[in-house]
Design a protein around this ligand. Structure first.
Ligand code: NYM
Ligand code: MG
Length: 202
């Protein structure tokens, strides 16, 4: 028996931070946010995301986002095997969806993440109304927070959703924080008794 690996994905400003924190608290789990800006590679990524003049090539940024996940693998596997649920705020799918939106090929994007642990469930917080997202506080502060790019990222998430069967979608339009949380809980609850199968891999 091991604990479940749960991923919450979505565009910028769709409430992932709020929802992953709430879920983690209820599960008594461990929260992992990607990018993890505290690690050596995460610091480079933070610099890239917050400084629009940083000239890093797209491919390099993509590989750093992937490396940032590999930095955490040992940690995550240890937690799961000891029975602590792990909740992730973004994961492989954000890596692929954002890099594809900038023109990189899907298979190329997936390659460096090959071998990472696969989530038991991926919950996509989907906003049908993108205008309301771009009006949320803070939108536009970082690289990629541009309406046209978000539309393309959302389409890419749909492509990924059709490829991976652990995906579940929650439409967030018109729902408040607690309603979204309860919906997430319905999806996660069956996993709280523990998972009998080993971890799958990308
Ligand atoms: N992002 C995040 C990527 O482009 N690739 C990745 O692999 C990951 C994990 O980083 N706009 C992008 C999506 C976001 C940005 O994430 C910062 P956040 O969740 O806003 O801190
Ligand atoms: Mg963001």
């Amino acid at each position: 028996m091991r604990a479940p690996l749960i991923v919450i994905e979505g565009l910028d400003r769709t409430g992932k931070s709020t929802q992953t924190a709430k879920l983690c608290h209820r599960l008594n789990g461990f929260l992992v946010k990607f990018p993890n800006r505290e690690t050596p590679i995460g610091k480079l990524l933070n610099q890239y995301l917050t400084d629009a003049s940083n000239p890093m090539p797209l491919e390099v940024a993509h590989l750093l986002f992937s490396a940032n996940r590999w930095e955490m693998v040992k940690n995550i596997e240890d937690l799961l095997s000891k029975g602590t649920p792990v909740v992730m705020d973004r994961y492989v799918y954000s890596g692929v969806a954002y890099s594809m939106a900038k023109g990189l090929d899907i298979e190329w994007c997936l390659a460096p993440d090959k071998g990472l642990p696969k989530p038991d469930v991926t919950i996509f917080l989907k906003a049908n109304d993108l205008d309301s997202i771009s009006q949320r506080e803070g939108f536009g502060e970082e690289r990629y927070e541009v309406a046209s790019l978000q539309t393309s990222v959302r389409n890419n998430f749909e492509i990924l959703r059709s490829r991976y069967d652990e995906w579940k979608v929650i439409i967030i339009d018109g729902k408040d924080i607690d309603q979204v949380h309860e919906h997430i809980w319905e999806l996660v609850c069956p996993l709280t008794r523990g998972v009998t199968t080993g971890l799958n891999r990308f």
